[in-house]
Each structure stands twice: as C-alpha cells, then as structure tokens.
Design a protein around this ligand. Structure first.
Ligand code: NAP
Length: 264
C-alpha cells in the first residue's frame, strides 16, 4: 500500500448519498485510502455492489433521508461508531419555474438538502467535538456553487437550499475555531458534475460538467488543506470569484439565463 493509501487506515468514513455520483466516488477513493466505510442511501442493492467492489470493511445503512424520523434513527444507529470523516452528500435538485414546480418535490428537497443535512451535521459534529480535549474529525457538507450565489431563477428552491448549507458551514467553522477545536468543517461547492443529478432535476440540457472523479480529487485536496469553501475546477473558481464583483441583481439574472437553458 502507498503512503497515500495508508491515510485512512484505522479510520471510519460515513458517506450519505453513497449510491451514486459524487458520494459513490468518495466511497471508492476513501476505500482506496484504507478507510472503513459506513454507506447510506435508499438503494440497498447499489450499496451492496459498492461493498463487494472494495477491500475495506463496509457497513450499509438504508435510509430515506427525506423522513426526519429516519435521520434521527440513523444518528441513533451510529451511537457506537467513531466517525473520523463525514461526507454529508445526499441531495437533489429540481428545475423549472417556481410557480410550476411540484410543491411535494420542493418539500422533499428541503427535507433532504436542509433538514437531513442539518440533523446529521449537528449529530456527527457533537460526537466529534466530544472526543478528547479538543475533539477530532472532519465534515464535508456537499453544497454547490449555487450556494455561493445570491439566487438562481428556474432552480430557485435548489439554490436556496444550498445557500443554507454554505451559510451554516461558514458559521459553524468560526465557532469551532473560537473553541480551539481540532474538528474541521468544509462546504464543497461544485458547478455541474456529470452524475445522475440531472435525471432527478428534470434537466434536459445542461452545461458540460466535470467528472465525479475530478470533483472528489479536488475535494480531497481541499479537505487535506482544511479549506472552508472548496470549489472544484479552475473555471468555476474564476466564475465564483468573478460573480462576487457584480451587483447581486445582475448575478441572479445571469444565473437565471443559465438555468433557463437547462429547461429545454
Ligand atoms: N451533479 C451536480 O451537478 C452537482 C453540483 C453541485 C452540487 N451537487 C450536490 O452533490 C450531491 C450529490 O449529488 P450527485 O451529483 O452525486 O447526484 P446523484 O448522482 O443523483 O446522487 C444523489 C445521491 O443522493 C441520495 N439521495 C437523494 N435523495 C435521498 C433520500 N431521500 N434519502 C437518502 N438519500 C438520498 C441518492 O441516493 P438514493 O437515491 O439511493 O437514496 C444518491 O446517492 C447533492 O447534494 C447535490 O446537490 C451536485
């Protein structure tokens, strides 16, 4: 095993959204680095496939994170686990005019992207901060470049949910620093990534995305550097820096033009 491969030996990583896309790639990479994995998702068969494809111990927990009771049950199931790295990844989007998109889908999105993300972030963070004198562990909340922008017409609910993730992560990171905690939190803010995301978001056309492999590679580098906001890809870094210089109303307008192209 290489030096890189030994980084996770004796450690446990918890990954939600592990059945697909970015979460599945995290599972592959962290297994290569020697982490024991705890994988969460609804599609049990997919989690079994990952378990069979890696050579580290894997615990599978099937849960529908749109159900608050199942989020709380998941935390309860993790009571006896020591989590060293938590990839808080599960999430989905929806595309369309706000007055026309499904209210049920909006509410489910808010449950997964905000409420489940929040419950698990808080629950795992409490465990990590309680460990030793200064705590230990690392949490990556998977937000989006959407969460760094003032709003996104035609994906309005999704942008709003991801703004919650970046806001919460930034604030908690300051509290942890003030506590001299050794626990580090980060928000991953990618632009388009080629995963199953578009299928679930009813997008018929999208910008060319980066691969999940590139996204996770850059995320791992950001985690190693304890970076608070991790934006994969040079182009997105430039775009996110550039949009901060524009008036918010113009940025929202430009984001809307981009999203509208995805609606077909
Ligand atoms: N792809 C992009 O362009 C992009 C860009 C920025 C941010 N992101 C964020 O990256 C994260 C991962 O998305 P992805 O791109 O990898 O998309 P994906 O391939 O569709 O994966 C989404 C994951 O979330 C899980 N999930 C969704 N609803 C769930 C629920 N009710 N209960 C439990 N798990 C649920 C899915 O698992 P099951 O269906 O098996 O439950 C799946 O593993 C999301 O938070 C997304 O917002 C994606």
């Amino acid at each position: 095993m290489t030096e890189k491969g030994k980084q996770g030996e004796g450690k446990t990583a918890l990954i939600t959204g592990a059945t697909s896309g970015i979460g599945r790639e995290f599972a592959r990479v962290l297994a290569q680095r020697g982490y024991r994995l705890i994988l969460v998702g609804r599609r049990h068969g997919r989690l079994e496939e990952i378990k069979e494809s890696v050579s580290v111990p894997v615990r599978i927990i099937t849960a529908d994170l749109s159900q608050e009771s199942q989020c709380r049950q998941l935390l309860h199931d993790l009571d006896d686990e020591q989590i060293d790295l938590f990839i808080n990844d599960a999430g989905f989007g929806d595309c369309g005019r706000f007055v026309r998109t499904s209210l049920d889908k909006d509410v489910s999105m808010i449950h997964v992207n905000i409420i489940a993300m929040h419950i698990l972030f808080k629950g795992i963070l409490k465990k990590m901060t309680a460990r030793g004198t200064h705590g230990s562990g690392q949490i990556l909340n998977v937000a989006s470049a959407a969460g760094l922008m003032p709003g996104g017409p035609f994906m309005a609910t999704y942008y709003a949910t991801k703004a919650y993730v970046t806001s919460l992560t930034r604030a908690v990171s300051v509290e942890l620093r003030e506590m001299h905690s050794h626990v580090h939190v980060s928000a991953l803010c990618p632009g388009p990534v080629n995963t199953e995301f578009n299928e679930h978001a009813d997008v018929v056309f999208a910008l060319k995305g980066i691969s999940a492999q590139q996204c996770v590679r850059e995320a791992m580098a950001g985690l190693a550097a304890h970076r608070l906001i991790i934006v994969p890809s040079f182009t997105m870094k430039i775009a996110m820096a550039g949009q901060r210089l524009l008036p918010a109303c113009l940025t929202v307008h430009l984001a809307g033009m981009q999203q509208k192209r995805k609606m077909g």
